[in-house]
Design a protein. Structure first.
Length: 237
């Protein structure tokens, strides 16, 4: 007696339509975008929490010192025209510098067009700030030779904003287009500058933007999850 052999045909698993694969890829992209929104929301909400009562976010007070008559920043080039930032060219923001002398001398802090600062200090020994490290703090300078003493800075008329005196001095500057330099000196123009400097910027309201970014990230992540749930299913066959 012979036994008949029935051939068994194995069917390959059904292929997932190309549209389903594309949907999974799109869902992955949406998930990445949502992660970016979550990160942005975290930064914005953290920034909002760091503001002081005047709306400034500030660094710590760090020591800056030089044996010369002045500490000068490198060119601060500001070009905000046409960007529409802060709702117009008259509202680019504010910068605040709080300078506390670490010696017995009255201190001066000012900001002015770079060209004017170079002309003022051209024949005077001064130090240009070239680099900063914050952990731990370190300031690097490029020295310039010249006379040991400058004329008192407060007597000059080219400063866009400045202040001087004993104890902590606070200078606030409305940001403008141009090439600018910040100068820290002794008020009498003498050599040996030693001061703690705290820099701050006044930022627009960040909390609302942070919550919007957080909500947008949550919506996109939910949409990506829903898209995956609809497309990554075993097809019935």
């Amino acid at each position: 007696m012979s036994t008949a052999t029935v051939p068994v045909q194995l069917r390959p698993p059904p292929r997932r339509p190309a549209a389903s694969v594309a949907a999974v890829v799109v869902a992955g992209v949406i998930a990445v975008v949502s992660l970016g929104l979550f990160l942005a929301a975290g930064v914005l909400l953290w920034g909002e929490s760091q503001k002081d009562a005047q709306g400034f976010v500030s660094t710590g007070s760090d020591p800056f010192a030089t044996p010369t008559a002045a500490i000068v920043t490198e060119d601060l080039d500001v070009d905000l025209a046409g960007t529409g930032w802060a709702l117009g060219p008259d509202r680019y923001g504010k910068v605040r510098l709080q300078v506390t002398p670490r010696n017995a001398k009255p201190v001066f802090v000012g900001i002015a067009p770079t060209r004017a600062v170079r002309a003022y200090l051209g024949g005077t020994a001064h130090s240009t700030l070239t680099d900063l490290d914050f952990t731990p703090f370190r300031a690097d300078y490029r020295p310039h030779a010249g006379a040991p003493r400058a004329t008192p800075p407060a007597a000059e008329s080219f400063w866009a904003a400045s202040t001087s005196g004993r104890g902590r001095q606070t200078m606030t500057w409305d940001v403008e287009d141009g090439s600018w330099s910040v100068v820290v000196m002794n008020a009498d123009g003498s050599r040996g500058v030693d001061a703690g400097v705290r820099a701050g910027a006044k930022l627009p309201p960040l909390g609302t933007a942070g919550w919007i970014a957080l909500g947008g990230g949550a919506v996109l992540l939910a949409g990506a999850a829903g898209l995956v749930a609809l497309t990554v299913r075993r097809p019935r066959g």
